[in-house]
Design a protein around this ligand. Sequence first.
Ligand SMILES: Nc1ncnc2c1ncn2[C@@H]1O[C@H](COP(=O)(O)OP(=O)(O)O)[C@@H](O)[C@H]1O
Ligand SMILES: [Mg+2]
Length: 271
Amino acid sequence: MADGSGAEAVDPGALLSLGDIDKNFGPVQALTGVNLDVPAAQVTALLGDNGAGKSVLVKIISGIHAPDGGQIHWEGRAVHFRTPKDATALGINTVFQDLALCDNLDIVQNMFLGRERRQVGLLLDEDDMEKAAAATLASLSVTTVRSIRQPVASLSGGQRQSVAVARAVMWNSKLVIMDEPTAALGVAQTRMVLDLIKRLADKGLAVLVISHNLNDVFEVADRVAVLYLGRLVAQGPAAGFDRQSVVELMTTGASSRVVAASQAAAAGLEG
Ligand SMILES: Nc1ncnc2c1ncn2[C@@H]1O[C@H](COP(=O)(O)OP(=O)(O)O)[C@@H](O)[C@H]1O
Ligand SMILES: [Mg+2]
């Protein structure tokens, strides 16, 4: 794939396709003309230095921020998100860096937070929720949790990340976005989360992972996209990148080591 043949600027087959996205906060131009394709059944890594615009881009895809310009296509159709609910309704679920889990609640309660199942008479259907939570964790091969009724405060970092991911995929997810999923984890826990990320793609989901850790990126990513000062300066199959080229792209916005097609595609110079 070193010819960059999978790196068209707008891929009509992509699950999610961003075209020419702009976003500013007053005088701060956070994103400029960003084109990004996120295909199903693949892990796309989004890289960039601090302040490059990664979180703003994720918030646009999650329906938290509205872009000032550009288009979002989902399964080939133009979409507009007014609230995060519009994004989740399509199957876009985001695991934010702080995970937003409630420490004092157990795993089942966290997975159903805000979406509790109720029987007639408004009693929570605990049985139903427990079964669904257990089935989702099992389907992700999360096997190290002793009891799904233990409070989240008692879990390890990797287990907490797994619960947050399980919560995201339980709701008919088609795209799962993860912001720095391994940043706070040790070696074994990182291993567990990287395996989980791969399993999501194997199940056919699109995964968009933000990471600073190049070891993680090259282990799990099928595609790589690099933001530099709010511009997407390269994207394409991971095989077209190496560590040095990614570092160059993150710190200077260009790299002579990356196949020209990946950079041209990102800049919208093709097609
Ligand atoms: N809500 C906001 N208001 C003003 N500026 C913001 C806001 N969110 C992000 N920015 C600015 O946008 C740029 C990109 O930020 P961000 O996406 O958080 O970067 P990162 O790549 O580190 O996640 C930064 O200059 C940041 O200060
Ligand atoms: Mg960020």
